[in-house]
Design a protein around this ligand. Structure first.
Ligand SMILES: [Zn+2]
Length: 145
């Protein structure tokens, strides 16, 4: 079961993934492909949120399992990402691979937040994100926040 417990880290992974597609030179001459990949990422995020209980990821084996609720088929994506869904067989971009990549990055970030690059200091480390009546005021650069 996949459950996104740290939405800040997951959002950072998703936005960075979309940004990488936007700025990847390999997509420069193929806007349609770029749009397909971004759509796959978007669909993956929705499916993870709505159907995460039908997915599992084993980081040691880099193995991602999805029980597709639309086709009732189980897809297994190993390290090479091949899994034989209709989109993949037709050479199209599918959300399964996007979901695996997002979950692999998210899992790595949760297992080792400091080296993954997705460290979330949490709201307590950012006092200005807490309600005013619950936080202790402090001076930052001569300004009280
Ligand atoms: Zn697929």
């Amino acid at each position: 079961m996949i459950a996104i417990e740290n939405r800040t880290v997951f959002a950072a992974i998703v936005s960075e993934s979309i940004e990488k597609v936007q700025h990847n030179r390999a997509f420069n001459f193929n806007e349609a492909h770029k749009k397909s990949v971004i759509n796959a990422i978007s669909k993956a995020v929705i499916r993870i949120r709505e159907q995460g209980e039908f997915m599992t990821y084993e980081p040691a084996a880099d193995r991602f399992l999805i029980w597709s609720q639309s086709s009732n088929l189980v897809y297994e994506l190993g390290p090479d990402g091949r899994h034989g869904c209709m989109a993949e067989l037709q050479g199209a971009v599918c959300w399964h691979k996007a979901a695996k990549r997002l979950i692999a990055l998210y899992t790595a970030a949760m297992l080792d937040p400091f080296t993954s690059g997705y460290f979330d200091p949490g709201d307590e480390a950012m006092p200005y994100l807490q309600p005013e009546d619950e936080r202790k005021r402090e001076s930052c650069g001569g300004v009280w926040i």
